[in-house]
Design a protein around this ligand. Structure first.
Ligand SMILES: Cc1cc2nc3c(=O)[nH]c(=O)nc-3n(C[C@H](O)[C@H](O)[C@H](O)COP(=O)(O)O)c2cc1C
Length: 202
């Protein structure tokens, strides 16, 4: 089984990257083949709302985008990890998800990639009481569900700001690993162990 792991923070070895690596390790331990992509390594081609992509099922304007869209199409599962920027996903994660419009059939708005299993990670600096990461995960989950993708786990992370400081929280690292394992197991056909709307927050 193949999992695409998408790193949506520009800060390499930052908190999002570190947690994603832990999730990848967990997924590999559970038997998945994982392909990690750093969105910031890719040309920053934003959706121009051309809409021909919805008919074509690929981005007609930006060839580079299609390499990533193809990886997504070929995967059984996806792990999306983003830093929180202004109460939302990062710019690169938003740009990537905007391109998902080519995954919708424009006649019915049904999904061309239904059933893929998804794990979501959002990382922010504000304290847990504000619930910011959970709000961002709700937003990402809504997009996934529109495309009939199945969110099997989500990890809201709050209160981390300095580059890579999340390594000082072994419970969070362990929780990220568990998310990776859960996505891999879901891809292998095991029933989801949790309701993704109410995961045990680390
Ligand atoms: C442009 C920008 C906007 C941000 N907006 C928020 C925000 O709205 N809420 C928050 O809690 N943290 C915000 N942060 C802080 C980051 O989410 C935080 O530093 C996080 O740990 C970054 O993860 P990273 O190390 O993976 O980049 C913002 C950071 C940047 C650079």
């Amino acid at each position: 089984m193949k999992i695409l792991a998408v790193m949506g923070s520009p800060r390499v070895r930052g908190n999002t990257d570190t947690l994603l690596d832990s999730a990848i390790e967990g997924a590999r331990q559970a038997g998945a083949e994982v392909d990690k992509v750093l969105l910031n390594d890719l040309p920053g081609e934003v959706c121009t709302g051309f809409f021909s992509c919805a008919r074509a099922a690929y981005c007609v304007k930006h060839p580079h985008v299609n390499k990533l869209i193809d990886k997504l199409k070929q995967s059984d599962g996806i792990i999306l990890a983003t830093s929180v920027w202004w109460f939302s996903v990062s710019t690169s994660m938003k740009a990537f998800m905007d391109h998902w419009i080519c995954l919708c059939d424009p006649e019915t708005w049904s999904s061309r990639v239904p059933g893929k299993k998804v794990g979501l990670i959002a990382v922010c600096a504000m304290p847990k009481e504000r619930g910011v990461s959970d709000e961002v995960l709700d937003h990402m989950q809504r997009i996934c569900e529109w495309l009939s993708l199945k969110v099997v786990d989500r990890l809201p992370v709050e209160g981390v700001n300095m580059k890579g400081e999340v390594v000082n929280y072994p419970d969070l690292m362990e929780r990220a690993s568990l998310l990776g394992q859960r996505v891999a197991r879901a891809c292998a056909g095991e029933p989801a162990m949790i309701n993704a709307h109410h995961t045990d927050s680390a």
